[in-house]
Design a protein around this ligand. Structure first.
Ligand SMILES: C[S@@+](CC[C@H](N)C(=O)[O-])C[C@H]1O[C@@H](n2cnc3c(N)ncnc32)[C@H](O)[C@@H]1O
Length: 351
């Protein structure tokens, strides 16, 4: 079938399939997809032009319909694969239903997914909200699920580029202005460190400053007993660092030379690249970049079972990855085709 042919082919142009995700995914061979990313319709909020999921009378039925599709995603994903799920919540009778977490818990309990992150997508600017008895909503969640403890994750591909240390008057100063002078003074004046601990702390500090100078680490912080507030629990039973502080009198927090990994709150203003007359909820391209870079190998395949206007496919294509998108609406498939541009080796197919 077309999916097998696409998998074997080297061309990275996305394969777009028009049909009901559950039926389409059943036609895929097992273990053929490297990562999936998607945003299903909200429950009970919008009617897309071809019906589909989200129109159930009860939110539990909506969750059950999604679980059937996610079971198929699990089957088609390679064991090392990841599934990123962006899902919105809904109010009913003034109650926020907690749909994302109800779904996540059932995925974990009933299907054996492992939840690695709950990313908060902060949309920065909220939409129009006329409520007078609750706060305005400005965020959605993006869950990162995997299937086994060891999975594909390229952390280096998503690190922020660290700023370089500078040398001023012969002294090395880290990108955040740490020169070691303050630490040296704190060691000298410490009433908490013994003479031996002071000597050791000074020697270790010089070594760390040399590492910054040589680019082995990009930055650091020194925690000295009685000086800095420790960034961990003080109970030695639960913290190796608390133990180190007690025994040695100091420890270092060293920053990775290639920069740090993004945190789990992302500020991304929603884009309106696809003009809301034709599609209501395209997610921003920036929401897909980190997931695709980190969890889809360069020669891997991305899947979006609710691809809408094809944002995931477009980002995968720009990042040089193959991808397969499914949507029940032929109109959205057409929009995605136009968006991706270039003529397709595999024209959009109806499943
Ligand atoms: C929130 S939108 C996805 C938007 C997409 N992330 C984008 O950037 O354009 C959800 C999509 O799911 C599609 N859909 C709903 N039920 C479906 C089903 N059973 N199978 C396939 N697609 C479905 C809708 O047509 C809609 O385009």
């Amino acid at each position: 079938m077309i999916v097998e042919k696409y998998i074997e082919n080297v061309a990275i142009r996305p394969l777009l399939i028009c049909g009901d995700s559950l039926e389409v995914l059943k036609l895929f061979p097992p273990n053929c997809i490297d990562m999936a990313i998607t945003s299903p319709p909200y429950w009970g909020k919008r009617e897309y032009n071809s019906g589909g999921i989200g129109l159930e009378n009860d939110h539990n039925l909506f969750i059950s319909s999604l679980l059937l599709i996610f079971y198929e995603i699990k089957r088609v994903l390679k064991p090392s694969g990841s599934f990123w799920l962006n899902i919105g919540d809904t109010y009913r009778n003034k109650t926020l239903l907690g749909i994302p977490w109800r779904l996540a818990i059932r995925m974990i309990d009933e299907q054996g997914w492992m939840l690695r992150n709950e990313v908060i997508w902060n949309k920065v600017k909220g939409g129009m909200d006329n409520s007078i008895d609750k706060l305005g909503n400005v965020h959605e969640v993006l869950f990162h699920f995997v299937q086994q403890p060891k999975y594909y994750y390229n952390a280096d591909s998503i690190r922020s580029t660290p700023k370089k240390a500078i040398i001023k008057n012969g002294t090395v100063i880290s990108a955040t202005g740490v020169s070691g002078i303050r630490y040296k003074r704190q060691i000298e004046l410490s009433t908490s460190l013994t003479l031996e601990e002071k000597t050791n702390a000074s020697i270790e500090l010089e070594k760390v400053l040399k590492d910054v100078h040589d680019g082995i680490i990009s930055d650091f912080r020194m925690i000295i007993r009685g000086q800095q507030r420790a960034t961990h629990s003080d109970r030695e039973k639960v913290s190796g660092r608390a133990k180190e502080l007690k025994i040695k009198g100091f420890y270092f927090l060293k920053y990775h030379p290639n920069g740090s990994i993004p945190k789990d709150v992302w500020n991304i203003i929603p884009e309106d690249t696809q003009n809301r007359n034709t599609h209501f909820a395209p997610y921003p391209e920036d929401l897909c970049k980190i997931p695709i870079l980190a969890t889809c190998p360069q020669n891997g395949i991305v899947l979006d079972p609710f691809m809408g206007t094809g944002t995931s496919m477009n980002v995968a294509y720009c990042l040089g990855r193959k991808s397969i998108g499914v949507d029940i609406s032929s109109e959205y498939i057409k929009i995605a085709e136009e968006r991706i541009g270039e003529p397709s080796l595999f024209e959009a197919v109806n499943a």
